[in-house]
Design a protein around this ligand. Structure first.
Ligand SMILES: Cc1cc2nc3c(=O)[nH]c(=O)nc-3n(C[C@H](O)[C@H](O)[C@H](O)COP(=O)(O)OP(=O)(O)OC[C@H]3O[C@@H](n4cnc5c(N)ncnc54)[C@H](O)[C@@H]3O)c2cc1C
Length: 425
């Protein structure tokens, strides 16, 4: 009898206090639900910590595009290329890569771009409202982002992607290289041209997660840190979880454990093996410095090197690389050095006066490059909010809102169909 009361009395548990778990928690609290968040480490300690903080509808095109495999194979022969695949016998990884390769065609590219654009644009639109409503102090700047090209051929080749994005309302302007260097003194000579996405924006991601956590607590939510969820069991009337701090029950559970989601799913004792098929950790690196005196006015994508440069009042960050090396937690010196080398090609002041942090994060990568938002197939009370890949910050508010709408039984603002987990079943 005691057990039954417990299950009915509790409301929603969110697993994971990254940008996605916290956005879900806040949207659920705004919808009148009571929420507890369980976090294995500390708030924002995962991929949400040292990322580049860009808000980029301009990244709506998925990685799986025609030509991606040839480019990836070429990069594999270049030791410090932006993409690295650690050669190893891992059937899960090779299965994932096979499914990724099968999507490198025009039809899937178009469908995935449409679905990514929808959630990216919805999120970009709602983010300023969230920031104002919850007074999130996170250095948000709606400046747009500049894609910088030094190679005229790469600039010309980007035209196809620009046109595709424009078809989904993500517009850009071309700026001549010489004119750009006049307006942006941080850049070295040799800029062939720049594509500016004025609708993009940026924020300081570790501040954003800390502020989301503050807002969750202010709205009455509880965040329990150093509490690793070890097992989830669906029972009649609710969900029971075992954690390093004991057993807890709730009406519903949202699994938002980022790249760890497949690992946790394995322990659930329920049919969640689809996450293992769908996701791989995609390791990325960043270096954070104090702000240099000649920092770019807008975030930059250094296109030929796939390096992102973000300058805030409070600091300066270089970030990039996609490494498929499983859950390898070492900092690869070659990859970190490649960030600085790339910045030196483009910027007069490629690094800041003081280096504050060298960091890696595991992006939760799905092979179709779309997030997983919706019910666990076959389970009424178990929800997934994961698989945000390279764009979790950019998709955070719309993801939180969508999960809250679905959990509360409301009609969502965006069509939830492309993000359902059933696509992997
Ligand atoms: C180098 C780099 C640059 C990036 N730049 C950008 C960018 O500019 N813009 C953008 O939009 N995105 C960017 N991203 C991607 C973005 O960081 C991720 O998509 C996003 O952080 C994912 O958020 P999340 O909440 O799903 O995962 P995470 O932030 O990883 O959070 C998951 C949380 O779950 C916790 N957890 C795991 N297992 C358990 C368990 N068993 N019990 C309890 N808690 C658990 C973890 O400790 C972690 O805190 C970048 C990523 C990298 C690596």
């Amino acid at each position: 009898m005691q057990q039954r009361t417990d299950l009915i009395g509790a409301d929603v548990i969110v697993i994971g206090a990254g940008v996605i778990g916290l956005a879900c928690a806040l949207a659920l609290l705004d919808s009148g639900r009571s929420v507890r968040v369980f976090e294995a480490g500390t708030v924002g300690c995962g991929s949400s910590h040292g990322n580049c903080g860009t808000i980029t509808p301009s990244h709506a095109e998925p990685l799986a595009a025609p030509g991606a495999i040839v480019r990836a194979l070429r990069w594999m022969l270049t030791p410090d290329a932006p993409l690295y695949l650690k050669p190893r016998l891992d059937p899960a990884l090779w299965g994932w890569l096979g499914r990724f390769a099968a999507r490198c065609n025009a039809r899937d590219l178009h469908a995935a771009t449409a679905a990514k654009a929808a959630i990216l644009l919805a999120s970009r639109q709602s983010l300023p409202d969230w920031i104002a409503r919850h007074q999130l102090d996170c250095e948000f700047a709606a400046t747009g982002i500049d894609y910088v090209f030094r190679d005229p051929a790469a600039l010309a080749a980007f035209d196809r992607e620009r046109q595709l994005l424009a078809g989904f309302g993500i517009v850009s302007t071309h700026i001549d290289g010489a004119a750009y260097q006049h307006e942006e003194p941080a850049l070295r000579d040799g800029v062939a041209g720049v594509v500016r996405f004025s609708g993009d924006a940026s924020l300081r991601p570790e501040r954003y997660v800390a502020e989301l956590a503050r807002a969750v607590r202010a709205a009455g939510g509880t965040i329990i840190e150093q509490c690793e969820v070890q097992r989830v069991q669906v029972e009649k009337g609710g969900v029971r979880i075992d954690s390093s701090q004991g057993e807890h029950c709730a009406r519903e559970v949202v699994l938002a454990a980022g790249a760890w989601s497949p690992r946790l799913a394995r322990t659930l004792g329920i049919a969640m093996s689809l996450l293992g098929r769908a996701m791989q950790p995609g390791k990325g690196y960043s270096i954070t410095y104090d702000r240099p005196s000649l920092a770019p006015r807008r975030p930059l994508a250094l296109r030929e090197r796939s390096v992102c440069v973000t300058a805030w009042d409070s600091g300066f960050r270089l970030g990039s690389t996609m490494e498929f090396s499983g859950y390898d937690s070492t900092l690869n010196r070659r990859r970190l050095d490649a960030l600085e080398r790339a910045a030196r090609e483009y910027l007069h002041e490629p690094v800041g006066p003081v280096k504050r942090e060298e960091w890696f994060g595991w992006r939760p990568m799905t092979f179709d490059d779309l997030p997983i938002l919706g019910r666990v197939p076959g389970y009424e009370r178990l929800w997934l909010a994961t698989g945000h890949g390279m764009l979790g910050v950019s998709m955070s508010t719309a993801s939180g809102q969508l999960i809250a709408d679905l959990v509360c039984g409301r009609a969502p603002q965006i069509d939830p169909a492309p993000y359902r987990a059933e696509r992997f079943a």
